[in-house]
Design a protein around this ligand. Structure first.
Ligand SMILES: [Zn+2]
Length: 219
């Protein structure tokens, strides 16, 4: 198991001591807060941070603020207890407005979707503001499922929000995969010069396209 206070060169801090601390730059992690996580989850975190930094035109963040990593308990459904999860409250880049998840619904929607796309490329479970109300103020990320399209609410609702923010669609973000969502996804794939077929095959190119366009729009 691995403990850490930075991920691929990006410092990790904590902002949940008091409700008023949320959305701040946080404070350094204390003993026992930086994991422990499994080697597999750690590798995925580092790979994600490198991907994000390479895709983002303004590069590597200076700070990732977490709402929690390892948690107590033995609930097998709670990946935090197994060192296979992290909650991400905000990301900060030098000299730029931070991406604080709770406030990222309007002007920052494209940036929010770009970052979430990079998460889906490395983690099978990513729950954010499009999933449900309890995830408006953080991304819950874990590796309990393999990376790939599953067609569940967390994937469909994200895809709808991302097609709206990055591809100028006006889809209802209802988490249901209907013909309008399928059609918008197919159009996006064609714009990426990918022949649209099953979403299981289109998921990775769509995520890459959303990440690139989302960062461009946020630029
Ligand atoms: Zn969580």
């Amino acid at each position: 198991m691995i403990t850490f206070n930075s991920i691929a060169g990006v410092q990790v801090t904590y902002d949940r001591d008091h409700a008023r601390d949320y959305g701040s730059r946080g404070r350094p992690l204390r003993e026992g807060q930086g994991g422990p996580v499994t080697p597999e989850f750690w590798s995925a975190l580092c790979a994600w941070m490198d991907d994000l930094s390479a895709t983002c035109p303004w590069g590597r963040p200076e700070l990732l603020v977490t709402g929690g990593i390892h948690g107590p308990g033995v609930d097998p459904e709670n990946r935090h207890t197994q060192g296979r999860a992290i909650d991400i409250d905000s990301l900060w880049w030098h000299g730029r407005e931070p991406l604080v998840t709770r406030y990222a619904g309007g002007r920052q929607a494209a940036l929010y979707c770009a970052v979430e796309a990079t998460l889906h490329l490395r983690f099978g479970t990513v729950l954010g503001r499009t999933y449900n109300a309890s995830h408006v103020d953080h991304w819950h990320v874990d590796d309990g499922h393999p990376v790939g399209w599953r067609g569940g609410r967390s994937h469909v609702a994200f895809l709808q929000a991302a097609l709206n923010a990055c591809y100028d669609r006006q889809l209802d973000v209802d988490g249901r995969l209907g013909p309008r969502t399928r059609g918008a996804a197919a159009d996006a794939l064609r714009s990426l010069l990918v022949e649209p077929g099953e979403l299981s095959a289109g998921w990775v190119p769509l995520l890459r396209g959303i990440a690139v366009r989302g960062f461009e729009r946020a630029g």
